[in-house]
Design a protein. Sequence first.
Length: 394
Amino acid sequence: MRIIRILFPVLILLVLSIISYQQYHQLPSALLATISFLPFVLVVLVVGLAIHFNNSSVFFYTLLLVLNYIVLTGEWKQADLSTVMLASSLPLFILIFALLPGRGLFSLKVLPVYVFLLSAAGLSSWIYQQPPQWLIFYLMSDWLPARYFDWVNLPQTVLAHSIVISLFMLVLFISKPSTHFAVAFGILILLFMQYFLQDSRSVILFGSASLLMCLYAVVQESWRMAYLDELTELPGRRALREKFQSISGLYTVAMLDVDHFKKFNDKYGHDTGDAVLRMIAAKMSKVSGGGLAYRYGGEEFTVVFNGENNQSAKTHLEVLRMSIADNPFVINRQDRRQHDSKTNGAKNIAVKVTVSIGVADSKESVKSPWDVLKLADKALYKAKKKGRNQTCVS
């Protein structure tokens, strides 16, 4: 389900670009004139946003798309070496940038990428001026009977490169679904369609669709930065605030706090403490009863149940609390700041992590969801005072 949700915007853009290509000549002339300027407007917009949000992958994708546009809108030659070289190398560059960790655009860590791009540009220019015979043979030769590939004008080597890298990208996306890989995969497909169709409208329409995918990636990343907690990947307090602005009727708010978390951090180190918070967040994201989990701050979390009273929500929260308490957290000994002499040299140790939970619903005489949250916080304090590792209702 998560794969479909992430891939859905990319698929929509793919379908719309194909429909636009098929209906291109039926569009009004004024609209056709406007569409021809669309790639330029999108390049300026995407590059500006990529620089503003320091998004290196989208910036490099856009550079490749600009290069592709320049080559394909020039004088088209089906067997031109520059076109074949570009068609063969673009999928590889897209894959490299998809695998590239986010290092920003203006740091020393990204300097090797700029050096790599300049070296690749210089090498490509030199090869184009003095192409070696082995490269021409490799790129232009038919390895299989040509009659099986008369449906595409690309050389078989280029076609093989595109298929292999596209399949590898698809495997990466399925194994680790993310907007980043979904956009890279969509751009690969649109680039292949441009080289397959080989006309100006495909370059404009599919190039524009690729840039819209880049725009979607920037917007999605900016939303993630604004609304998701970086450590736990749960929605943060801003998302909770928006939830409270729209919620009404019967609902329940729960406050959850990790027991003795400061002592845990002091004993095992902040890295281990962060790992505990990620573990708890992963369990909270799967809470039953339709509960929505948020990171409130520090070691505190919030769960909102829409349409549930406090007793009904408590049943689901008890399942969550016991799933955390009944599954010991394994600590790698090398990650700890202090070593416990009782481990007797064991590499890993298992510790029990527990949480306390306070619950309140909107049936109380309260004015706003924030008042319900305050009641849940008081119930949380009651749970801690009664010995922790339990759930108390306001």
